[in-house]
Design a protein around this ligand. Structure first.
Ligand SMILES: Cc1ncc(COP(=O)(O)O)c(C=O)c1O
Length: 378
């Protein structure tokens, strides 16, 4: 068989002609950092999201780091986020000098505001809700709480490009929203890229300086800054792809429906909740199932043998990674995150997935569970 897990190469084929023409133009102009394409994409992305500004940066990790720096967060401060996120959310906090404070996830893999409230101390300066797997956390109550407490809301939108609820886009509840354009994201560049979106002109202005050595004008360094810029070759690819984003996300939701049709009867699995095709609050960056009976690895290997690639996002919760052992959380600190790390499996999900492929994957999973488990288990 042979089914792709993600399909950035298919997306590339669609934009190739248009993108190559823009690369030729960039080459002729000789502007390889900054320039018109970056501004053009930033304006288009901000308009698409309904926010005032988008500031392109080098990648999603830098987007989170620079967002926290723009808030003046550093040593002595605490920032709350999820134990089951990709490690970058936590490393971005760590490198500001602030302490990452983690919370467990609910059975939909998302953070709950009640857990965040319980983790607040007098040092808490910000919270980073992560729209994991493409699911938009409903942030209305979070926003009200943030305004009441003065604890800044910074959204990690890396996996949720195009997600919206009641007409409001990911990244528009918080003081800032941070995007990754890693190639297999729903809106992926042809290399690394990221952006921070904000409707605060002061914050956007500060971010434009921080990403460019502390100043917007050459040799006028107003702040101690960094070098983290989105380049025009990536910006032009993103500009081409933005035109397809809603269509691709709708396709992902349709594909989630196919999986549901083929897997709903498999008692050993927990599937993502049903999402209506027009419900923009989930953009299925990943389609994550849970495999019961301790058989996740066995199923993964079985599918791989049949040419179906799967992944585990993520196999070890952040607090159990060696890099963050110093935070002092041990096994048992976040039971849901720890249990799910043993059970989750991401099935192929992308804008080019075919119905017959979803059906074939469903059939393989059904036949795996219909057969008796391999020897060594009862
Ligand atoms: C939830 C989350 N946060 C942050 C990042 C970091 O983004 P990047 O890889 O562009 O640095 C990613 C993606 O890789 C992510 O999935």
């Amino acid at each position: 068989m042979g089914i792709l897990f993600a399909a950035p190469q298919v997306e590339y084929d669609l934009i190739r002609e248009e993108w190559l023409a823009s690369v030729a133009q960039i080459g002729r102009q000789g502007v390889f950092v900054g320039g018109a394409w970056v501004s053009k994409f930033e304006a288009a992305f901000a308009a698409y999201l309904g926010v005032d500004a988008a500031v392109g940066v080098g990648n999603g990790t830098d987007a989170l780091f620079l967002a926290l720096k723009a808030l003046g967060i550093g040593p002595g401060d605490e920032v709350i986020t999820a134990a089951n996120t990709f490690v970058a959310t936590v490393s971005a906090i760590h490198h500001t000098g602030a302490a990452p404070v983690l919370v467990d996830c609910n059975d939909g893999y998302l953070m709950d505001l009640d857990d965040v409230r319980a983790a607040v101390t007098t040092n808490t300066r910000a919270v980073i809700p992560v729209h994991l797997y493409g699911q938009l956390i409903d942030l209305d109550e979070w926003k009200a709480w943030s305004e009441e407490t003065g604890i800044a809301l910074v959204e990690d939108c890396a996996q949720a490009a195009g997600a919206s609820r009641r007409g409001q886009a990911a990244g528009s509840w918080g003081v800032m929203g941070c995007y990754s354009f890693y190639p297999d994201k729903n809106l992926g560049a042809l290399g690394d890229g990221g952006a921070i979106v904000s409707s605060s002109p002061e914050t956007a202005g500060r971010l434009r300086k921080l990403r460019n050595h502390g100043g917007e004008v050459r040799y006028q360094h107003e702040l101690p800054g960094f070098n983290s810029r989105l380049d025009p070759i990536q910006a032009s690819a993103l500009h081409c792809k933005l035109a397809y984003l809603d269509e691709w996300n709708a396709h992902r939701r349709k594909a989630a429906g196919w999986y549901r049709n083929h897997l709903a009867d498999v008692a050993e699995l927990a599937l993502p909740g049903h999402v209506e095709p027009d419900d923009g609050s989930h953009v299925f960056h990943l389609y994550v199932i849970r495999v019961g009976g301790g058989r996740r690895e066995e199923l993964k290997k079985h599918l791989q043998k049949k040419g179906i690639l799967t992944a585990v996002q993520y196999p070890v919760p952040v607090h159990l990674l060696p890099a963050y052992a110093h935070l002092g959380y041990g096994p048992g600190s976040f039971p849901q995150a720890e249990r799910y790390a043993q059970e989750i499996l991401s099935l192929p999900m992308h804008a080019a997935l075919q119905e017959r492929e979803a059906a074939a994957i469903g059939a393989e999973i059904q036949s795996f569970f219909a057969a008796p488990p391999v020897t060594g288990r009862s």
